[in-house]
Design a protein around this ligand. Sequence first.
Ligand SMILES: Nc1nc2c(ncn2[C@@H]2O[C@H](COP(=O)(O)OP(=O)(O)OP(=O)(O)O)[C@@H](O)[C@H]2O)c(=O)[nH]1
Ligand SMILES: [Mg+2]
Length: 377
Amino acid sequence: MRTEKIIVSSLQEAVEELKKTYGENAVVLSSRVVKRKRWSFLPFFKTTMLEVVIGIPEDEGEFKKELEERTKVYEELERLKSTLSEVMKSVKNSPEEEQVVVGGEEGFSLRAQRVMSRMVYRGVRKEIAKKLVEEACGYDIELGKLDFKEDVHESIIKSFQKHISIEGERIFRETPKIMVLVGPTGVGKTTTIAKLCYLFKRHRKKPGVITLDSYRVGAVEQLRSYVSIMELPFKVADSPNEFVKSLESMQDRDVILVDTAGRSQHDRLRLSELKVFLESVETQVYLTVSANLSEFVMYEVIMQFGMFPLKGLIFSKLDETSYPGNVINVAYRTKLPILCFTTGQTVPDDIVMASYEYLAKLVLEERNELESAGSSP
Ligand SMILES: Nc1nc2c(ncn2[C@@H]2O[C@H](COP(=O)(O)OP(=O)(O)OP(=O)(O)O)[C@@H](O)[C@H]2O)c(=O)[nH]1
Ligand SMILES: [Mg+2]
């Protein structure tokens, strides 16, 4: 194809000129506005004209081929433009840190990659985030990639349901008879018991409380004051024998919550003492793990307290961690059910019974979005 430039006053004029001079197959390839002197005898007066590049086919077959190629290039450019605008949007909407975490997940849509990045940024391990997002996605034929088939939260929740076990609100329907809270020192066992008592009462259950912690100065008084406000029966048991007697005295209760003294996960002797208490009756043991620990230390705690038949996990001090994703990693790997989270020092408000919805919020939403969504149940 041969090209030529013509100067005309309008596109209409260009098309007419083109047909008249170069025949039916000539085409307009491009045009741009230029300032030109229309009448040479007027030295300064310039007017707006169009410079049009026209293509004149020399050979019909060649011309068609060239036209098709140009169309392909335009289509390619359009596609590139839309991908870029998707990239720009995702860059604009996500905090800077999130962009660097995951990259090169070629098989995933940008949206899926962004969700993965956000999860990793919140502390979920990359391989776990990838697995969870993969499960939440389906193959999108148009994109040629894995993408969410429905709402992102809904899809992630379905994926969590396959991999993470939750106890949560179920304890208010299928209430265990004796719930024992164990865990390292100062993780929040006693305050969690007070919070749980309040929730049981709200669900019209009758709780009672026994403490096995008479070691720490003030421990008994701390719990007694919470329990007396709620007008619940309360006993202190110093020996396995007393423990059994206290349990018997609370037979009318729907649930008995048992507080224990904090034990370091390294103190096997103290842990064994506690084991003697718990062997005397059938109990449901929940391990309280502080959410602000590193994932490694969480496993260490779970291993050492694994000498008890653990029924589930309570993650405390969620308000003190920037990496709630650790909770997902631990639940994903250990398959232990999550009972609840504690989110602050205030009794009874700062507790959230675990749910898949809350887990999804934890790793997908901004911290302030989560707080405004309410941390109480
Ligand atoms: N920030 C924050 N503090 C909490 C939370 N739960 C408990 N605490 C605080 O942690 C401290 C220890 O709480 P306790 O309930 O006494 O902990 P414990 O596990 O019973 O402690 P020991 O009986 O000594 O092993 C207290 O100051 C609580 O107010 C929580 O979810 N977030
Ligand atoms: Mg305590």
